[in-house]
Ligand binder design. Structure first.
Ligand SMILES: [Zn+2]
Length: 456
């Protein structure tokens, strides 16, 4: 028997499909002691006592899902984006990740990163840890402590050419054993919020024996898998040279592209790859900003969705310099428009772009909520009974109210006579910052990182 523990009244905005913005004014959401939504009803029907009454300028939105975060890279967010991927890894990234051998250093990163993402409404994150078991398990513990829903993976990488000697698993068998132990350790935390995920870095960093061993571990453990897939010309070409097939085919042969696998980027996926991955139930973490720097091409998002592929969004911290998923939503719209129009002005308009590639803010927000949840097989992203109550609030200010003049320019402004709900939603997706985010809930509980601006 579920007992209702929290009742929230206010306006709900969500995107149940990639084309539909659902606006429910003055509704009551009741949440059970199991962290799931019990009911969503108009306030005129549900007269239950209300714990939190959101004011007129505040809306409730489903929590954001970041499908691709490299946790150890948080200290270099916003820097080092001047090199191509292979040089970037060896010059900046592997040396930083290697420092997570020092558990104190790793914990200082986790203590900053996890609350920073929660404060931006990221209620679920899919993390790469480092190759170190203690640091990776400590990341999972940080997520439990801060109450963020998370998938946490020990990074496996043993290839003598694709990795530096100072940051490499000693052998394939030891790497598989370490990943297996990290799965056990994370499961032993016994948290409903945090799951392990098998994490071969990407094919260039892994020997055949490691890829094979991790595929077997996925079958044996039932843990999900994440890796990178057809990210850019160098990585995609490397896999073609080594195996004579694409990443998608190679990963499927190793048992790593499977139901609910999270494959980052996919910029160079062919139509055959999209069809194969869709059939396998794998999904893509589309990382629009990172791809600007490293991808060499724009992920064919609309083509992927039309083929039934599961797709969500990722920040790719720190390959992308933006940690907030609302901003990542805006970037996904931006790059889709550039793909649609094309970028070389010397070409005629009819040859410049890829027609029918553009998406809007509704589709972008759907990707960051329902889309990400479907990639993971998570019951979240919708305001419906039975779904996890993972949610956050955004508070806007009325810019025409002179009492708000000192907030104009620092907070998200609304013009009540001009801004209907679709326009308010667009403003939230494109412009809301952590200063505009108030409450954040994960599994029905208010979490650290949220600022209580209203209600109570
Ligand atoms: Zn990545």
């Amino acid at each position: 028997m579920t007992i209702v523990t929290t009742t929230i009244r206010g306006t709900l905005l969500s995107t149940p499909t990639s084309e539909v913005l659902d606006v429910r004014e003055d509704h009551v959401v009741t949440v059970g002691d199991d962290g799931r939504i019990v009911s969503v009803e108009p306030a005129e029907i549900n007269h239950a006592p209300v714990d939190i009454h959101l004011d007129r300028g505040t809306v409730l939105l489903p929590g954001l899902i970041d499908l691709h975060v490299h946790a150890p890279q948080w200290p270099q967010l916003g820097t080092g984006l001047d090199l191509p991927l292979d040089e970037w890894l060896f010059r900046y990234t592997f040396p930083l990740e290697a420092r997570c051998a020092d558990l104190g250093f790793a914990n200082s990163i986790w203590s900053a990163l996890v609350p920073a993402l929660l404060a931006r409404g990221t209620t679920t994150a899919v993390y790469y840890g480092s190759i170190h078991e203690p640091a990776t398990v400590a990341l999972a513990e940080a997520c439990v402590r801060h109450r963020q829903r998370a998938y946490v993976g020990r990074v496996a990488m043993d290839h003598p050419q694709g990795t530096p000697a100072f940051y490499r698993d000693p052998s394939a068998s030891e790497a598989v054993a370490a990943s297996a132990r990290s799965i056990e350790a994370i499961r032993a935390l016994d948290s409903p919020l945090v799951q392990p995920i098998i994490t071969p870095r990407f094919i260039p960093a892994c020997t055949d024996a490691l890829l094979e061993g991790l595929g077997e571990l996925a079958t044996a453990s039932g843990a999900l898998v994440q890796t990178h897939c057809s990210e850019n010309d160098w990585e995609h070409g490397y896999v073609l040279d080594r195996f004579g097939v694409s990443d998608s085919v190679a990963l499927s042969r190793f048992g790593l592209a499977r139901d609910h696998s999270v494959l980052a980027h996919g910029c160079l996926l062919s139509d055959d790859d999209l069809t194969l991955l869709s059939r396998l139930g794998a999904g893509v973490a589309h990382c629009p900003l990172s791809n600007v720097y490293f991808g060499n091409a724009v992920f064919p998002l609309r083509r992927a969705l039309e083929r039934g592929l599961r797709v969500g969004l990722g920040s790719d911290i720190a390959g992308g310099a933006e940690p907030g998923m609302l901003a990542v939503c805006a970037h996904s719209v931006n790059v889709s428009r550039m793909l649609d129009d094309g970028v070389d002005q010397r070409l005629g308009s009819e040859r410049r772009g890829v027609a029918d590639s553009a998406i809007d803010a509704t589709t972008a927000f759907w990707l960051a909520t329902v889309g990400g949840a479907e990639v993971l097989g998570l019951e979240a992203g919708r305001f419906e009974p039975g779904q996890w109550f993972d949610a956050f609030t955004v508070t806007t200010i009325d810019e025409t109210d002179r009492h708000n003049l000192d907030l104009v320019g620092t907070r998200l402004g609304i013009w009540p006579d001009l801004d209907d709900w679709p326009r308010r939603f667009e403003k939230i997706v494109r412009r809301a910052t952590p200063a505009d985010i108030g409450h954040v809930w994960v599994g029905g509980q208010a979490v650290s990182g949220g600022r209580a601006l209203s209600g109570g």
